[in-house]
Write a protein that binds this ligand. Sequence first.
Ligand SMILES: [Cu+2]
Length: 118
Amino acid sequence: MKTNSFLILIIFLALSVSAQAQEKVVTANIKVYGNCGMCKNRIEKALDHKGIKKATWNTKAKSLEVIYVPSKITENKIHELVAAVGHDTDKVKAKEEVYSKLPYCCLYRDHDHSGIVD
Ligand SMILES: [Cu+2]
């Protein structure tokens, strides 16, 4: 009997591990406006959040690749997290009061102030 309950425990552990491995992830590409490396840090830090596996913002393409678990976070929430730190997305615009507090080099709405020439 002792062996049996041990076996059941092993099977249970194996099942729960495989259930975690099968946790569905989705990759989304979102347009996010910004200019420079500081923007990149700000955007990616804002997405250090439950349900988000990986977030990478491409400075030149202004595109964010985000790998997330849809059962834990929605794509809308991701847009909101980005907008909350001052960066407009194709769906959610940052509030003026947040945007206006960004460093000068990060202001992207009128033109690129970063001085970085592609
Ligand atoms: Cu910046």
